[in-house]
Design a protein. Sequence first.
Length: 171
Amino acid sequence: MKTCIVSYSMSGNNEKLGKRVAESIGADFIKVTDVRKRSMMRTGFDMILNRTPKINENTSDIKAYDQIIFMAPVWMGQVASPLRSYFKLIKDESLPYAFVTISGGTLNKNPKLRQGLKKNAGQGLVFMKDLYLADMNIDLDKESGMYSLTEEDLDYLTPLVVETIEIYYEI
């Protein structure tokens, strides 16, 4: 089966993990990028106004895959807005998908994430894995909640994600 990991990452953390997981399972890797430079203000407005920002990638390419795994941050309890173009296509085509996130979680976990995924991308959610870093002894900046994954962090997180993928998908 043909598998891809579609990753958006403003900080680079989800991209690093996505690339590492893709290499580990022999999947294709698609990096999602914004057409316009992303600022914190624009990010906030996208989330509050439920906007779908323009991205550089051709979302229809996703139809060539049997197994689609999204990896992206969670902003304000929701998946990062640059994935919304993909989610619309996934929902319209009734394609199965999975979602993995590295979540800083300085305020709280993401209790409405699964519900939000199903609303925006459809009922085809195969699995969701929220890697909540505050529970994993990964060094977060206590004031900002920001973090940058180290090679050691990636060595720890990659097998956790790969094991979950192998449970649900033919790899």
